[in-house]
Ligand binder design. Structure first.
Ligand SMILES: [Mg+2]
Length: 237
């Protein structure tokens, strides 16, 4: 790893908390439906099926998530069962607050990026709604550490290859760091990059898949603060 030049960071659930807001809003919505008499599994399955459809058709992001909640509120709120409208508005309001507030940056991220910035070029690669993700990077206060933030619609093999080609970067000089096996780690490894996996308990189910096992370019840390030490060790060896 002695030629490593660039570290590319995922943003949501790697630099700051994100999916927890979605999980909390979904759980509260399920409870709302169960209180009105619905079977929880029916609600969860309906929600996940519709979420997958919307993500495939319209993409990621909070606006589409709010659309899902509103659509399903109307779907489940009928003559047979009445959902509590005030509580639903409260769920929406709580969720929407995260789209306005400063993203909750994980402990140690600021200091770690400051340290890594002395040795490496740092980049962000995040997927989702362009303006929403860009605003999160702006609000995070971390922008000063990054040479550039890439916001893309999808993070797959083609995305990584196209960014490498566009910049004339050697894959073996780049390391992807993130919480998602599907979007961050596996495609980066398949493209010949290094990858550092930071597991996160609330990783979105649509972003999860089995990690490529026993890959010589793959490393794992408990949290971001362990990365400088990991890279130091690799440089020395
Ligand atoms: Mg992520």
């Amino acid at each position: 790893m002695h030629k490593l030049k660039r570290l590319i960071f995922d943003a949501d659930d790697t630099l700051w908390e994100n999916n927890k807001f979605y999980v909390d809003a979904s759980d509260s919505f399920f409870d709302l439906c169960v209180t009105a008499g619905y079977d929880k599994n029916l609600v969860i399955n309906t929600f996940y099926d519709f979420e997958l459809k919307v993500v495939n058709e319209k993409g990621y992001g909070s606006e589409n998530f709010i659309y899902i909640l509103e659509y399903l509120f109307a779907h489940f709120n009928n003559n047979n069962a009445k959902l509590n409208g005030d509580k639903f508005q409260h769920i929406l309001k709580n969720f929407e607050s995260h789209t306005i507030n400063e993203p909750p940056v994980f402990p140690g991220v600021n200091e770690t990026l400051k340290m890594l910035n002395k040795t490496f070029e740092l980049y962000v690669l995040t997927k989702g709604n362009l303006s929403e993700q860009q605003k999160k990077v702006d609000r995070s206060g971390l922008k000063k550490y990054f040479k550039k933030a890439y916001v893309v619609l999808e993070k797959n093999d083609e995305t990584y290859i196209s960014i490498m080609n566009e910049n004339n970067w050697k894959h073996s000089e780049c390391c992807m760091i993130g919480n998602s096996p599907k979007s961050d780690i596996n495609p980066a490894l398949r493209c010949g990059m290094y990858a550092i996996f930071i597991p996160y308990p609330y990783t979105w189910k649509l972003d999860n898949e089995e990690l490529i096992k026993d890959h010589s370019n793959l490393y794992e840390v408990k949290d971001i603060t362990q990365i400088p030490q990991l890279l130091n060790g690799l440089f020395k060896s």
